[in-house]
Write a protein that binds this ligand. Structure first.
Ligand SMILES: [Mn+2]
Length: 323
């Protein structure tokens, strides 16, 4: 098990304070929500008060997470004395809840992004962990708290969504062992898998079919590009959540090495999502435009018109492929 020392400042904070606000990141995923809700259960089981804050309503597919219905928007939050951030690499990740972080007496950061500089008063940054949920799992262990059925659902969700069902390169033997232990103790992995991956809204299936049917290949098929306008989204009655995974489908095309998905936002800007395989570094592209991510997955926002955004993205992708 990971060195206990790294966990001590967090354990001390959990013991010292009585009420906690737990912050999740924008575009909430299974790991930020899973780790936040596992912390929520831990604090509540200690007989203390906690709230989980998320900038957007919990995505439909994560509605099965225990206590998902208790997650509040920043404007509805109390803002308790101690703030814990979950899976947030930097403070821009919880934008609208920044005042809650600033107003706290004590701040703690639990994360696994190697870019996290430790912006809290106490920091637990496990750069070698597959997910923030892995860090929270160890926290339970170091505090001698049982992984309850409720906590297991949360922790498992973060681990499988951040590791692509235990298949991405960040998958570690340790996280597979965690899953094995939780499974042994009765965790229903079949039901969770159905909730996350096998319960697709009709609008999403139709939208994705449309976008992927219109995707194009450039540069001898090494670049795959797909676009989506607000008008197209509206014609399918689709939501932002329905666009999840499109860029991954573009990347999965056999010949594609860099995948680009450009989606128009309601404010007229374009959200550019990038994926790569076989070493091309798309993180460098997003960095140029003030976006985030890493070598294999990145994104940024473009205020240029669609045609310019497409031209820029194709040029940039071509450049990283030539390196
Ligand atoms: Mn994560």
């Amino acid at each position: 098990m990971k060195d206990r020392k790294a966990f001590e400042p967090i354990i001390a904070g959990l013991n010292e304070y009585d009420a906690f606000s737990i912050l999740t990141h924008v575009s909430p995923d299974g790991d930020t929500l899973g780790s936040a809700l596992a912390l929520y259960a831990l604090i509540r089981d200690m007989g203390k008060t906690a709230e989980v804050i998320c900038e957007e309503p919990v995505p439909h597919i994560y509605g099965y997470l225990p206590n998902a219905e208790k997650v509040v928007l920043p404007q509805d939050a109390v803002g308790y004395e101690c703030v814990i951030t979950a899976d947030c690499a930097d403070m821009s990740r919880f934008k609208k809840a920044e005042h809650i972080f600033e107003g706290a007496k004590y701040t703690m950061v639990i994360d696994h992004h190697f870019t996290n500089k430790g912006y809290g008063m106490a920091n637990l940054i496990m750069a070698d962990a597959s997910a923030a949920c892995e860090a929270v799992y160890y926290l339970y262990k170091h505090m001698d708290k049982p992984i309850t059925p409720e906590a297991a659902v949360c922790l498992y969700t973060g681990i499988v969504t951040d590791t692509g069902n235990l298949t991405y390169s960040n998958t570690t033997p340790a996280c597979i062992r965690m899953v094995a232990e939780m499974y042994e103790n009765g965790l229903n992995i079949t039901e969770i898998n159905r909730n996350i991956y096998r319960t697709v809204p009709f609008s999403k299936t139709r939208l994705q079919g449309h976008v992927l049917a219109n995707m194009k290949l450039e540069r001898e098929g090494t670049i795959g590009i797909a676009t989506l306008t607000v008008a197209e989204m509206d014609s399918f009655g689709a939501t932002n959540e329905d666009c999840e995974g499109i860029v991954d489908s573009v990347r999965d095309v056999e010949c594609v090495k860099v995948a680009i998905f450009i989606r128009e936002g309601r404010d007229g800007t374009f959200k550019v999502s990038l994926r790569s395989k076989d070493c091309a570094d798309v993180g460098r592209i997003s960095k140029k435009y003030g976006g985030g991510g890493h070598a294999a997955a990145a994104g940024y926002t473009s205020a240029e018109p669609l045609s310019t955004t497409i031209a820029n993205a194709l040029r940039d992708a071509s450049e990283v492929l030539s390196e």
